[in-house]
Write a protein that binds this ligand. Structure first.
Ligand SMILES: Nc1ncnc2c1ncn2[C@@H]1O[C@H](COP(=O)(O)OP(=O)(O)OP(=O)(O)O)[C@@H](O)[C@H]1O
Length: 372
């Protein structure tokens, strides 16, 4: 703790800023978190995204005060809370399991924390009515959790977090127990609620679609480190590393090892690749680029509105020259067809093969350099 007095408690309807500064956490020799820094602005929904074991939950637990960092600082609303116990951090948390009490009604589950804090009955009832209205739980208040669907249980867990009126809300994979349709519905609901209440929310998921559709900022983690922190569109449009490029996007970005670009990996998103059938591969139609990129279609996956077409590039080693293009469903490309391949202007991503880092300026002619 610093010697500075904490600022007054903020308006409960307005989120507070949160920052981590060089946070590390070890278990024996294992670095679960290694120098993690991040910043969420007030009212922002920040998603911690990454593969299993990358340190998302550990980060969240350290923010909550349920675990302690070995090094670094946690700052909430301008106050250093690194050594402040969980109960005094003025935040709410929703767990993956919902952690509802099975023997209590929905109403008592939602109000449990306020009862423990000794809030007057009238205020409790007023907050309960407010939250139940907000989440559409009005008709369910007397039921037990076992009498609710997964989505309704999720709403109760959310209600319990919201009723506390904490300006910072932490969520650890809150939708992982729900089916795909309900997940999509609930993520829209949570996002709308978070924006309406102006809460700052830190949301953990390993699902990139969830992250991209909900977040103001995505913090992509890998092996206990922050790989990249950016708005979803920035992360997609300008991945800073090979890991970020591969983790975000479906189908994953195609990465090839161009013979003319030693030590580089070049990547293109499926929707940025165009294939033109070459009737006679010996005589491509004009205008003819200096280094035409050609290849053969090796597979095609029909998806209705569009199709995914795999191409093996000519002049590339078999393992290093495979692209996947997203084309209209009616596109004629089929296995065995010889095609010319073009990549939309400015949409080629180039990385250093050794470091995995983006090459900021691969040269204006990067597109033609791809040509074998
Ligand atoms: N109490 C512990 N003791 C030892 N190692 C731990 C402990 N808790 C977590 N770890 C390890 O720290 C790493 C990070 O775990 P964490 O739960 O933060 O990952 P995660 O990204 O949330 O993964 P998931 O998506 O699978 O929940 C993992 O390799 C995990 O095995």
């Amino acid at each position: 703790m610093t010697g500075i007095a904490p600022p007054p408690i903020p308006d409960p309807a307005v989120g507070v800023g949160l920052s981590l500064h060089h946070v590390s956490r070890r278990w024996g020799d294992f670095n679960a978190l290694d120098d993690v820094s991040l910043e969420a602005r007030p009212g922002e929904l920040l998603v911690l995204l990454g593969p299993s074991g990358c340190g998302k939950s550990t980060t969240l637990r350290i923010i909550a005060g349920l675990d302690t960092a070995d090094a670094g600082r946690v700052v909430i609303a301008g106050r250093d809370v690194t050594r402040v116990p969980a109960g005094n951090r003025d935040l709410a948390m929703v767990f993956q399991s919902y952690a509802l009490f099975p023997h209590l009604s929905v109403a008592r589950n939602i109000l449990f924390g306020l009862e423990v804090r000794g809030l007057p009955v009238a205020e409790r009832q007023q907050r309960l009515a407010e939250v139940a209205g907000l989440l559409g739980l009005g008709g369910l208040l007397d039921r037990r959790p076992a009498q609710l669907s997964g989505g309704q249980q999720q709403r109760v867990a959310l209600g319990r977090a919201l009723v506390a009126r904490a300006p910072l809300c932490l969520m650890d994979e809150p939708l992982s127990n729900l089916d795909a349709r309900l997940r999509a519905e609930m993520r829209r609901e949570i996002r709308a609620l978070q924006q309406r209440l102006g809460l700052t929310m830190i949301y953990v998921t390993h699902d990139q679609a969830e992250a991209m559709s909900m977040a103001d900022q995505v913090v992509l983690m890998n092996g206990g480190r922050v790989e990249q922190a950016a708005a979803p569109d920035r992360l997609y449009e300008r991945p800073e590393t090979v890991f970020a490029a591969r983790f975000i996007g479906q189908p994953p970005i195609s990465l090839v090892r161009p013979p003319r670009m030693t030590g580089r990996l070049a990547g293109a998103r499926a929707e940025d690749i165009t294939l033109t059938p070459l009737a006679d591969p010996m005589r491509p139609r004009p205008p003819r680029p200096a280094h035409p990129l050609t290849g053969m279609v090796v597979d095609r996956e029909y998806l209705g509105a569009d199709c995914l077409v795999g191409v093996q590039l000519d002049g590339f080693a078999p393992a290093d020259g495979r692209l996947t293009a997203r084309l209209p469903g009616h596109h004629p490309a089929s296995p065995g067809m010889v095609v010319s391949v073009s990549i939309a202007h400015g949409r080629l991503h180039v990385f250093d093969a050794a470091t995995g880092r983006r090459v900021a300026d691969p040269g204006a002619n990067a597109g033609s350099l791809l040509g074998a």
